[in-house]
Design a protein around this ligand. Structure first.
Ligand code: B30
Ligand code: ZN
Length: 230
């Protein structure tokens, strides 16, 4: 990475735009945002999510890249948005959550990053709150890389469906990557229902992940968050 951006201090979020002049970090269509139910709009054109998670996608590696813990996947699982296929590339975590729902910041937000053939990005955001332990988290946490910069090769299959909330209602809006270069044009799909993970599981991630690796709320600047309810 060319510039060493961070979440605090001299290279923190308020300086991201200067660090990389061609970035979109000072743009008008940035993420994350606060989603307020009262300000969302139902859109009859929105479809139920068309997921093609086959239950046996292979995790290629897990890396502690210094700003998150990230699991990279082999090709296989994908989602369809309209007629367009987006392949699942990686999942990673933010502590605490980046998006806020009605002003509430959950302790953890998982991002599932999908990319289409045109390199357009669609990210699923899944909130995690403290509660019953999550079995898939237990599985994922078996492979946690301890040191920043450490990468572990994994050759295990994983069922991504297990990581999703039962209810598939979602919010959607156009935003950006939440880290430099803050590229705009990202389709965000934020699940309404949080999943639960145990306090111990949150702590295990917190122990290894940089704390507070979340970007603050960005202005909507006229954008309206759409909501799909089944
Ligand atoms: S997010 O889901 O909006 N938080 C990227 C993907 C998703 C999000 C943010 C960034 C991304 O692909 N960034 C470019 C590649 N990264 C990759 C990385 O793995 O570690 C390079 C970088 O940040 O600039 Cu460090
Ligand atoms: Zn993210």
């Amino acid at each position: 990475e060319e510039v060493h951006w961070t979440y605090t201090g001299e290279n923190g979020p308020e300086h991201w735009a200067e660090l990389e002049k061609r970035s979109h970090c000072a743009g008008e269509l940035q993420s994350p945002v606060n989603i307020i139910d009262y300000h969302t709009q139902e859109d009859p054109d929105l479809l139920p999510l068309d997921l093609h998670y086959y239950g046996e996608v292979r995790i290629h590696e897990v890396t502690n890249n210094g700003h998150s813990i990230q699991y990279n996947f082999e090709p296989g699982d994908y989602i369809s948005l309209g007629d367009v296929r987006y392949d699942l590339k990686q999942i990673h975590f933010h502590e605490a959550a980046e998006h806020t729902l009605n002003g509430i910041r959950y302790p953890l937000e998982m991002h599932m990053v999908h990319v289409n053939a045109q390199n357009e990005i669609a990210v699923f955001a899944i909130m995690a709150m403290e509660g019953e332990p999550s079995e898939p988290f237990t599985f994922l946490e078996n492979y946690l890389p301890v040191d920043p910069g450490e990468t572990k090769i994994i050759d295990e299959c994983f069922d991504l469906n297990l990581n999703l909330p039962q209810n598939r209602d979602y919010y959607t809006y156009r935003g950006s990557l939440t880290t430099p270069p803050c590229t705009e044009g990202v389709r965000w799909i934020v699940f309404k229902e949080p999943i639960t993970v145990s306090l111990q599981q949150v702590k295990e991630l917190q122990r290894l992940m940089p704390l507070n690796n979340y970007r603050g709320e960005q202005p909507l600047n006229g954008r309206v968050v759409k909501v799909y309810e089944s």
